[in-house]
Design a protein around this ligand. Structure first.
Ligand code: FES
Length: 78
């Protein structure tokens, strides 16, 4: 499983202790669907039933948006 996500930011995010959860850890989103990037907001739960070997696109990169399968991502140097 994988998903295509559009990123619009052009620079890094700076994290500090205010980004820590109640357990004093910082959870960084790696699924690409969080509404509070770069922090995880639990949106990754929508990916739990994605199939291996399939690339998905969520409408508006929203975990509640319609999910569809997309063609495999092909990189220019492959
Ligand atoms: S890893 Fe992306 S929302 Fe949790």
């Amino acid at each position: 499983m994988a998903r295509e996500v559009t990123h619009e930011e052009r620079g890094p995010a700076v994290l500090d202790e205010s980004d820590m959860g109640d357990d004093d850890l910082i959870y960084v989103c790696r699924c690409g669907l969080s509404d509070t990037k770069p922090l995880c907001d639990g949106s990754h739960n929508a990916t739990a039933d994605e199939d291996e070997g399939v690339v998905y696109k969520y409408e508006n990169d929203d975990s509640e948006g319609e999910r569809r399968e997309v063609d495999e991502i092909v990189y220019a140097d492959e």
